[in-house]
Structure formats: structure tokens, C-alpha cells
Design a protein around this ligand. Structure first.
Ligand code: GLN
Length: 235
């Protein structure tokens, strides 16, 4: 870790939030709460990102929040942010987390696009379907099942937990992993069909969740995200 990243032995962690539209304020609150639950203290800085200049290379991580992927992608295009953002996310020193619309924006393939098509950053090897759970169930809460044992640490509080209360709002789902580099982090039982569908995945430094962890009381996903950053800075 470079010496500038340490303040009296405490790691300085800078997380940007793409504050164009959607649920970014809730992420701020959850991150502050999660920072206090880490095993080692960190000095957490949260910064807004609305312009290409604000995508500073020294920022450690970025959250692309839920909202509306079409609106966010139009904004990115109009403000010449698409390419700088893609470039920033692809830097292996950076960690990026896309929630809901953010997952769609990270995906290489998007099914059920808006009429006329929509662009994405196309950086994560996943095929997602927008509004997968349909109109009749636009919003629901369900326990998501964690599929990866490395998550256990973040999700272990007083008792071991392998489920998380997921909030799904016109949520996408992952239909297919497009490479072996992607690992499934969580699944949920589709309330329409009962089939188990993939709703969270990770590919190296990119995490995607179809639901909104920032809207749940439990901030385990934010703990997991911060742990990824701290681990990366330590190597
Ligand atoms: N269905 C929305 C989209 O296409 C995502 C909804 C959300 O982020 N809550 O962007």
C-alpha cells in the first residue's frame, strides 16, 4: 500500500458514487455503516461522480447505483463519460459494484432492451435480462441465497447467515455467465416460476447485484464490497 494511503496506520479508502440518478444516497449511508463493521478500521471518503474529470484514477472504487439504466446510459453518452467510465472500470486496481440498473450497465449482453436499443459499458461477461421479473411483480422482497463461501465472512454477524433480504425493484436477472471468470454470488427463487435465478455475480474487480442491498437494513454486501477494496489495496 503506498504510504499516502495510510493515515496513522489506517487505510484511506475512497469510493465514488455515480450520482446521476437513482438510489445513491442510500449507498452512502450503508457504506458509512459498513465501514464501522470491518475488522480493521478504515478512513472512508465518499465522493460524487457526475463528470469524466471526477473519475479520478486514484479513487479506489465506484458504485453504479440502481435507477434506470436507459436514463443513466443516455446521460453518460451526452456527457462523453461512457469511454472514460469503461476505461476506469477496466483498470484492475479499481473495484466497481453495479446494483440493478448498474448491473445492466456493466453487462456485455442485455436482453429486453428499451425500444431502439440501449448502450452499456459491456465490461462484465454476463447476459442479463432487464425487468426479468415482469410487470406483475415489479417490486418484491425475497431472501437471496449466497452461493460463495468467501461471502460468509461478510455475512457472519452474531449468527451464521447464508441468506440476505433482497429488495427487487423492476430488477434484472443474469440469464447466462459468458465466461469462466464470472462466479455466482447469489441466487433467488423467481416468485413467478419458483426457478432459482442468478441475481449476484463477480468477475475479478467487478460485482453486480440485481437487487438493492442499500435498501436493506443489513449492510453485509457493503461490508463485502469494502473488504474487496481493502484486500486489493493490501496486495
Ligand atoms: N429496470 C431498470 C432498468 O432497466 C432497473 C431498475 C432498478 O435499477 N431498480 O434500468
Amino acid at each position: 500500500m503506498p504510504p499516502g494511503d495510510l493515515k496513522s496506520g489506517v487505510a484511506i479508502v475512497t469510493v465514488g458514487l455515480l450520482e446521476i440518478q437513482g438510489a445513491f444516497l442510500e449507498h452512502r449511508v450503508a457504506l458509512q455503516k459498513a465501514a464501522r463493521l470491518l475488522s480493521k478500521p478504515i478512513d472512508l471518503h465518499l465522493v460524487e461522480v457526475r463528470t469524466a474529470e471526477q473519475l479520478r484514477p486514484e479513487m479506489d472504487a465506484l458504485i453504479i447505483p440502481g435507477g434506470e439504466s436507459t436514463t443513466i446510459s443516455i446521460y453518460l453518452k451526452r456527457n462523453s463519460m461512457e469511454e472514460p467510465l469503461r476505461h476506469w472500470v477496466q483498470n484492475p486496481d479499481h473495484v466497481t459494484w453495479g446494483t440493478c440498473a448498474g448491473m445492466i450497465l456493466l453487462s456485455k449482453l442485455t436482453e429486453n432492451q428499451k425500444q431502439g436499443g440501449q448502450s452499456s459499458l459491456a465490461v462484465m461477461d454476463i447476459d442479463v435480462s432487464r425487468n426479468y421479473f415482469g410487470r406483475q411483480v415489479q417490486s418484491f422482497e425475497a431472501d437471496v441465497r449466497m452461493s460463495d463461501s468467501s461471502l460468509n465472512k461478510a455475512f457472519k454477524k452474531d449468527t451464521f447467515q447464508d441468506t440476505f433480504p433482497g429488495v427487487f425493484i423492476r430488477a434484472p436477472a443474469i440469464l447466462e455467465l459468458l465466461s469462466d471468470d464470472v462466479k455466482v454470488l447469489a441466487t433467488v427463487s423467481d416468485p413467478n416460476t419458483g426457478a432459482e435465478v442468478i441475481v449476484a455475480a463477480q468477475q475479478d474487480n467487478m460485482i453486480s447485484t440485481a437487487f438493492h442491498p442499500e435498501l436493506s437494513e443489513d449492510c453485509a454486501w457493503h461490508v463485502y464490497f469494502l473488504e474487496q477494496i481493502v484486500n486489493k489495496k493490501a496486495t
